[in-house]
Design a protein around this ligand. Structure first.
Ligand code: FES
Length: 103
């Protein structure tokens, strides 16, 4: 299912926005004209990754500092070891869409 989320120009640069679609809690990040979407819930202890700091294509968990790659959802530093989910994002005609498989 493809879900319309927001106009691209409403997404702030270089910081997260939390989006809820059905049962999915998603953190979206705009870097330049690119948009990334990963699971919002940190795989370590459930902090909100949308509240983390963004740098070098990663977001740093605000609670204990694990860095998650925005493209793969894979953490590159402890204490988190498990990846968070990633979501397909597209920008069409200035509008951001998320594609979800099971909704
Ligand atoms: S809650 Fe994210 S690293 Fe601990």
């Amino acid at each position: 299912m493809k879900v319309e989320i927001t106009p691209l120009d409403k997404l702030p640069q270089d910081r997260g926005v939390r989006v809820k679609v059905g049962d999915h809690r998603i953190a979206m990040f705009r870097i330049g004209e690119d948009v990334y979407a990963i699971g919002d819930v940190c795989s370590h202890a459930e902090a909100s990754l949308a509240e983390g700091e963004v740098f070098d294509g990663s977001v740093e968990c605000p609670r204990h500092g694990s860095e998650f790659d925005l493209e793969t959802g894979v953490p590159s530093s402890l204490p988190a070891t498990a990846p968070v989910p990633t979501y397909d994002v597209s920008v069409e005609g200035g509008t951001v869409y998320l594609s979800l498989e099971d909704q």
